[in-house]
Design a protein around this ligand. Structure first.
Ligand SMILES: [Cu+2]
Length: 154
């Protein structure tokens, strides 16, 4: 009898551990919503880079991207093609997945990150025959002020 009880306690402990491990993994996966124009190909490529980096990505095609960017607080001079929303932050353009993770884990009070334009060989803009274009990832605030968050390429 004692043996049986001991065995069920061990089994129960085992299942709790398994549940906790699964929960921790699910929590680690960041959900990001990507808004893009239906005709944008590099936007889809960026979404694929996010999926490969472990994000839970959902894509919504919009034909009012300019209005949407405005609504999400993206400064007019920092615009690119797609706009993502993750953990309440706006992510404009081809921002590297690692920078997004860094922003979210840092619990910044900023509005979001932006890579204006479409730098060659940024995530989703890969052109293997071309040299990397240098670009800055900008951390922008609600009032439009910004600071350099990261530099890549070049
Ligand atoms: Cu693009």
């Amino acid at each position: 009898m004692a043996m049986i009880q001991r065995r069920s306690v061990l089994l129960a402990a085992g299942s709790i551990w398994a549940l906790t491990a699964a929960g921790a993994q699910a929590a680690k996966k960041l959900s990001i919503k990507v808004y893009k124009d239906p005709s944008c190909g590099c936007c889809t490529a960026w979404a694929d880079r996010l999926t490969a980096a472990g994000f839970d990505v959902s894509v919504e095609e919009r034909d009012d991207m300019d209005a949407l960017k405005n609504q999400l607080g993206v400064p007019g001079d920092l615009v690119s093609c797609h706009t993502g929303v993750v953990a309440g932050y706006a992510i404009e353009g081809h921002v590297p997945p690692a920078d997004i993770k860094k922003l979210v884990s840092g619990k910044s009070k900023a509005k979001g990150l932006a890579v204006p334009g479409m730098p060659i060989n940024s995530p989703g803009m890969e052109v293997p025959s071309e040299p990397d274009e240098a670009y800055t990832v900008w951390l922008f605030q609600k009032d439009g002020t910004r600071a350099a968050f990261a530099h890549h390429g070049g």
